[in-house]
Structures are given as C-alpha cells and as structure tokens.
Design a binder for this molecule. Sequence first.
Ligand SMILES: C/C=C/C(=O)SCCNC(=O)CCNC(=O)[C@H](O)C(C)(C)COP(=O)(O)OP(=O)(O)OC[C@H]1O[C@@H](n2cnc3c(N)ncnc32)[C@H](O)[C@@H]1OP(=O)(O)O
Length: 285
Amino acid sequence: MALDFSIVGSATEPHPVTWTSDQALLYAVGVGAGTDESIDELAFTTENTRSVPQSVLPTFPVVLGYGAPRLSYGDIDLTRMVHAFQSVEITGPLAPEGSGFYSSTVTGIHDKGSGALITTESLLTGPDGSPLARMSGGAFLRGEGGFGGDRGPSTTWAAPDREPDVVVEQRTVPWQALLYRLSGDRNPLHSDPAFAVAGGFPRPILHGLCTYGFVGRAILHAAAGSDPARFRSMSARFSAPVLPGDTLSTALWLEDGEVLFATRTQDGTSVLSQGRAVVEPEGAR
Ligand SMILES: C/C=C/C(=O)SCCNC(=O)CCNC(=O)[C@H](O)C(C)(C)COP(=O)(O)OP(=O)(O)OC[C@H]1O[C@@H](n2cnc3c(N)ncnc32)[C@H](O)[C@@H]1OP(=O)(O)O
C-alpha cells in the first residue's frame, strides 16, 4: 500500500458536467423520497404532476462529480476506504436539468492514528463559472495511519443540553444501495458481498451519501418548510456504517437559523454525528 502524499494541493481542471431531470428524480428516489405517505415529495419524484413543478433536493450536487476525473490517492486498498464526512453549501439555484463545471482539490492527508484522512474540496459552477455548490469531504483509509503526519484539526460539536425539538424516523430498504448506486457511485463496497467482506464488513454497506440524502430530506421537511430554496448548507460526520434495511432516527435541535442533528440506527448506533445545517428563516427572500 502506498498513499501518494504528493497529491495534497493538486486540483482537477473544471470538468464539464450535465444533469437531467431523470437523474434528479432517480437521486430523489434513491434517498427515499416518496416513501413516507405523510410527506408530499411529488416535486422531487415527478416531473409531470399538474401544478407541481419539478424541484431538486438540496443534497443533489454531491453526486454531480461522479463523471468528472478524480485524483488518484495512490496504490491503496479500496476495500478499506470509507467516506468520513461531507458538507455541501448551496450557493446558487439548481434547476432539475442543467450543465456546468465540476472541479476538486485535495486539501490534506491527516494521520488519524487508526487511519489516514484525505480531505477534498469541490466546486460546482454553472456554465458561466458562477458557483452553484461548494462541497468538502473526507475519505478515511482504515489502517493507513501512523505515518507520522499532522493529525489535522479536531472538530468540536456537542448536542444541546435539552431534548431534541424533532425526531424523524426513516426506513431504508434492503435494496437501498442497489437503487442509490444508479446515481453514480458504483463502488462495489455497496453491492458486492465478497468486496464488503474483504473490507471487514458483514455485507455491503450503504453509501454514506445515501444516508446523507435521507437526513437532508429530514432537515428539509422538518426545518425548512420543504422549501429547497431555504436550505443553505449541511455537514456531518459518518460515525459508523449503515446497513441497507436499517431504520434511521434523526434528532434535530432547531437553533436560531442553525439546525444541529445526529442520526442513530434502530439499535442506537450513532451513524451520523456532528451534524450542522443552515436554513433560511421563512419569508427571508
Ligand atoms: C468510499 C466509501 C464510501 C462510503 O460511502 S463508505 C460508507 C459511509 N462511511 C462509513 O460508514 C464510515 C463510518 N465511520 C467509521 O466506520 C469510523 O468512524 C471510522 C472508521 C471512519 C473511524 O473510526 P476509528 O478508526 O475507530 O477512529 P477513532 O479512533 O474514533 O478516531 C481516530 C481519529 O479519527 C477521527 N475520526 C474518527 N472518525 C472520523 C470521521 N468519520 N471523520 C473524520 N474524522 C474522524 C477522530 O476524531 C480521531 O481524531 P482526533 O483525535 O484528531 O479528533
């Protein structure tokens, strides 16, 4: 195994990307939209409902870089790599279909002891270069720590010292990863049992960004009045794997314009932690 430390600071050229109405619909269904009868999500799951224009889930930009070139992290064991954290900040309106450019930069490789944490920042712009979404993410290479590198920043996050304002339960289905992967992430860790076992998992695990999309929907409906235009940003750490079929229980604390959140599965395991989202107040525009 050889991590390529020289990639820190390297950036990909802005790569042309396009997205279609079908891709936006498939993404929405892949993160569970339309499965809760008590929530109207036709704007995200259909394009031809009378008086309901199609709209895009605010977390959709996180899948738009899949067709773009990626920087190689070196000769690494991909069965050992997991998604560690993700943030997205929406900076422009995203139409159900469109085009633009996607670029990313590797910003650091941190020695976390039990693994190496590779951090990246990505930018999605429109065709004229105006920013649509800024994202940052981390990949954790389990077993690749201890190389004597900088530990990187430690984050501070504490749930408020009170009961959550809202708790949202969402059920994933056993075929969730097979559906979600059609949005672009074909990593066999989420579909191939032998690959998952080689990585030390009992069976294929759910994409971190699928869980992220479920929880993004929970925030959208519980804290932003189901209006994607009010959803500004979301960040969270993936603290333990989710298995397809798990039930997600997300606790939300609604602070002044900020939403703190944390997600557990049915057995109490913390799977998304250090969650923070910013939503605009109703009628702010
Ligand atoms: C390509 C794959 C795509 C996917 O979608 S994979 C599915 C989604 N991702 C996951 O399921 C990953 C779930 N998370 C985990 O399994 C674990 O979580 C980790 C393996 C990532 C880390 O666990 P551990 O090795 O036990 O680490 P520690 O001993 O708890 O912490 C050591 C240092 O690492 C930092 N750290 C731990 N987890 C994360 C994380 N998720 N993101 C960023 N940093 C992390 C800590 O804080 C600390 O470092 P400090 O002492 O400097 O603070």
